[in-house]
Design a protein around this ligand. Structure first.
Ligand code: AMP
Length: 187
């Protein structure tokens, strides 16, 4: 089976969310640790980001956090894991992309959406073939998938772009789906 070494997780940084989302982030962190997959994430100690990273770390998983200088205080960098402090958001996003074999998107806000859509746009441009799973238990991402269907039906992106992403309800299912989709590069 294809081995995924690192998964980048995009998720909300807000602490004022329904606790069900925090629990899902923790479950995902534990799942990645159990499977010996490194978590790459934005480096913060807040919201779903912090919950996922702490759970992975406390389950003896490998974690890499990447944080831009200007967010050090706001997102309360989680120092117990390996972390890199970079100059700006652009460098953070590029490094998160480079360090990951695949992506999981948990519920989140504008930042989460922007990061996920940027990676999808790079896939659309043929710049990479790293797969992406959207993970929720409550259909959080369903309206996004509905919009993508509209976009496909409208002819704006080809039908086979559906292969670039999957909608999963459970952390193990999301990781399995990514394993199925990872392209083995013949180098
Ligand atoms: P949010 O989903 O808005 O709670 O943000 C989640 C993460 O995305 C946080 O670590 C933010 O720093 C990050 N973020 C916010 N805005 C952007 C952006 N324009 N591009 C990339 N990441 C962002």
């Amino acid at each position: 089976m294809t081995k995924i070494r690192s998964i980048c997780v995009y998720c909300g940084a807000s602490d004022t969310v329904d606790p069900q989302y925090i629990r899902l982030a923790e479950q995902l962190g534990r799942e990645l640790a159990k499977r010996d997959i490194r978590l790459v994430y934005g480096g913060g100690g807040v919201g779903l980001m912090g919950a996922c990273a702490r759970a992975a770390h406390e389950s003896a998983g490998e974690v890499l956090g990447i944080m831009p200088k200007f967010l050090l205080q706001k997102e309360r960098i989680y120092k117990d894991v390996e972390h890199r402090i970079v100059d700006d958001m652009h460098t953070r996003k590029q490094m998160m992309f480079d360090e990951a074999d695949a992506f999981i998107v948990l519920p989140g806000g504008i930042g989460t959406l922007e990061e996920a859509v940027e990676i999808l746009s790079w896939a659309r441009l043929g710049l990479h073939a790293k797969p992406m799973a959207f993970l929720d238990e409550d259909g959080f991402w369903t309206p996004f998938f509905d919009l993508l269907e509209k976009i496909i039906q409208g002819g704006f992106i080809p039908e086979d772009f559906r292969q670039a992403m999957v909608h999963s309800r459970e952390p193990g299912e999301a990781v399995d789906a990514l394993l199925d989709r990872v392209v083995v590069l013949d180098l």
